[in-house]
Design a binder for this molecule. Structure first.
Ligand code: C5P
Length: 422
């Protein structure tokens, strides 16, 4: 089968992923679900990065993808049957479960999660999962009601408490026509999370501590109302995931978002700009600080203690006061100033000049500037076109990339900055 597939590492931009995944042995369990087709791409992406992927297909999984396709893509035998004498003679199920660096269940159906949480061993997949002594990651994919069901949530909590990494799910349209959480994460994000799970001890940024701010802030008007913005947190979360993947001890300080917690990061969830600043200051010292959050510039000077009522006297006058600038504060933090302080600048004109001015005025090392004028489609989209500006002369124009790719490129840039500096 070897002649079917030619993998070239030149197709893969992310050097860290390759380093982490090169020569790694992954046992991929494909359980039942419409998302199983994405696991075919996952096999390709992992193999492109030098990993070898051995697959177990459950009875449910084989309703969605064929053993032949899986074995063609993995270039290995596919294991399906616990009672197969041939398989047991070739590779016992215990060996199968132990001869890997990581076991990944993708897609992980509600059923397999329930079996894992309860220690059932009713088929090859669940037996291997019970017998393994290797790290396990699950990538749930199911209908939103099934995901939100108290039983599934309890099973996930049990698995997490036993150290199982949970990748996703994400929010979106479902095959069944509903909308919500339950979609399997994008393959690119699964690969990044797998690399994070595998790569922490020896990555290029291991031993370094990083703080990332992400998402919007919510500024209370009264106990039920707040000022916010439309930031999704996608870029900040992707950067935190990429930092963790390259071995940095990563603290992600995020305002409210609908995103799952990235694998391998310490999450600090906050609401207001002042809470975000306090969390950042408590996380110092750190060598790297990356402020991606869309911090509300203003808050209500004194939020009401009780819900404000319409009392016939017309709308209330809200007096606003300025929020602290977290980026500026971190960049000034005296002897606790991180060695590398990085900010973002969304501009609609004179992108480079404005970014350079911001870099100087906020005392940051680098600013990642992007043009968010409506014609670019950047705002709210998944793609970003970045110019990296440092305080002096360097301006690097990056091609248009996904937010995960921007994260990977930034983290690679940070890695080479530290190795040049060493
Ligand atoms: O000044 P401007 O809001 O354009 O600067 C954007 C950069 O500053 C981003 O990196 C953002 O995270 C950071 N910022 C901050 N605290 C604020 C305002 C902006 O950290 N209050």
């Amino acid at each position: 089968m070897g002649h079917y597939i030619k993998y070239s590492f030149q197709n893969v931009d992310n050097a860290e992923d390759i380093m982490v995944l090169q020569d790694k042995q992954i046992l991929l369990i494909i359980s039942g679900g419409i998302a199983a087709f994405k696991s075919l791409d996952l096999i390709r992406r992992l193999r492109e990065r030098g990993a070898s992927v051995r697959c177990v297909l459950t009875a449910g999984g084989s309703q969605f993808v064929t053993p032949l396709t899986v074995s063609a893509l993995s270039e290995q035998k596919v294991y399906q049957d616990i009672f197969s004498l041939t398989d047991e003679a070739e590779m016992g199920h215990i060996r199968l479960s132990r001869e890997s660096d990581l076991v990944v269940v993708a897609p992980a159906s509600a059923d397999i999660l329930a079996k894992m949480a309860n220690g059932l061993a009713t088929d090859l997949a669940t037996t291997a999962l019970l017998a393994t002594d290797k790290p396990v990651a699950v990538v749930p994919a199911m209908n939103v009601r099934m995901w939100e069901h108290a039983a599934t949530q309890a099973n996930i909590a049990t698995l997490k408490s036993r150290g199982v990494a949970c990748i996703g799910p994400v929010e979106g349209d479902m095959a069944c026509g509903e909308y919500g959480f339950g979609r399997m994460s994008d393959v690119e994000d699964i690969v990044a999370a797998i690399a994070a799970t595998l790569g922490q001890p020896n990555g290029p940024l291991s031993g370094r501590r990083a703080i990332v701010t992400s998402g919007p802030t919510h500024e209370a008007i009264d106990p039920v109302r707040y000022i916010a913005n439309r930031s999704s947190g996608k870029q900040g979360h992707a950067i935190a995931a990429a930092l963790a993947q390259s071995g940095a001890e990563t603290i992600l300080i995020s305002g409210p978002t609908a995103l799952p917690d990235p694998t391998g990061v310490t999450m600090v969830k906050v609401e207001s700009a002042r809470d975000m600043l306090a969390a950042c200051e408590q996380s110092l010292p750190a060598e790297i600080a990356i402020c991606v959050a869309a911090v509300s510039d203003w808050r209500v000077a004194s939020a009401a203690d009780q819900k404000m009522k319409k009392n016939g006297g017309g709308p209330p006058q809200l007096e606003l006061t300025e929020n602290p600038d977290i980026l500026r504060t971190l960049a000034k933090a005296g002897n606790k100033r991180p060695r590398l302080v990085i900010g973002f600048a969304a501009e609609t004109e004179n992108v480079v000049e404005n970014a350079r001015a911001k870099c100087k005025s906020k005392n940051t090392d680098w600013i990642l500037a992007n043009d968010v004028s409506p014609a670019t489609g950047t705002f709210g989209g998944d793609a970003n076109t970045i110019q990296l500006v440092d305080g002096n002369v360097i301006v690097e124009a990056w091609p248009t990339m996904t937010k995960s790719e921007v994260a990977e490129r930034l983290v690679a840039r940070i890695g080479s900055h530290f190795s040049e500096d060493a």
